[in-house]
Ligand binder design. Structure first.
Ligand SMILES: [Fe+2]
Length: 183
């Protein structure tokens, strides 16, 4: 990137804007997922390990809390709507790979899973979990958010709840056991 900046500053700015737009789009999804995990009660009912659930919710709250940063930097760099749409399309492929490929990879590394991890087996289990409400539906998430994120006047502050995220960050069991006292 530094070499490109020297050689062709215009191309460097274009590439920087594109990368910012791609990350802004990914941040939209991490924020939506963050809100989802904070609000989801099915996971508690399903008996998910409370420490792991708190860890995920804390991270979800943190994603909601900083959801506007990259979007605002993109705008400050003069980023426009067309590049935002293009970067969204590219980021969908990345997210698809990260969510599906990443899950398969992690399942294959888990020594507590004794059955062979195959795509059809994982897919069936994933569908069951979506029906139970303990996992978000990936396709609905990726494409269902398109009308929200691609609205020309969209801003991250219009989705998810900052007060809810800040409240969770203050009262998370892990934050409290680490000695954080908000009151
Ligand atoms: Fe983030």
């Amino acid at each position: 990137m530094a070499e490109l900046k020297e050689r062709n500053p215009r191309a460097w700015r274009r590439r920087l804007r594109f990368e910012l737009a791609a990350v802004a789009s990914i941040e939209h999804y991490t924020a939506v997922l963050g809100q989802w995990i904070m609000d989801n009660r099915r996971l508690d009912e399903a008996g998910v390990d409370p420490t792991m659930l708190d860890l995920l919710r804390w991270h979800g709250a943190e994603e909601v809390e900083h959801r506007s940063v990259v979007f605002d930097v993109y705008k400050a760099f003069g980023g426009g709507y067309a590049m935002r749409v293009l970067a969204w399309v590219v980021s969908l492929f990345f997210l698809y790979w990260a969510l599906i490929g990443g899950s398969l990879y992690l399942l294959r590394q888990d020594p507590t899973i004794t059955r062979r991890v195959t795509f059809p087996r994982v897919y069936r289990s994933y569908r069951r979990s979506v029906r139970r409400g303990t996992v978000p539906g990936v396709f609905r998430l990726l494409l269902g958010e398109a009308p929200v994120y691609l609205r020309p006047g969209h801003h991250p502050s219009k989705v998810c709840s900052t007060p809810r995220a800040l409240e969770y960050l203050k009262t998370s069991p892990a934050a409290r056991s680490a000695g954080y006292d908000p009151y």
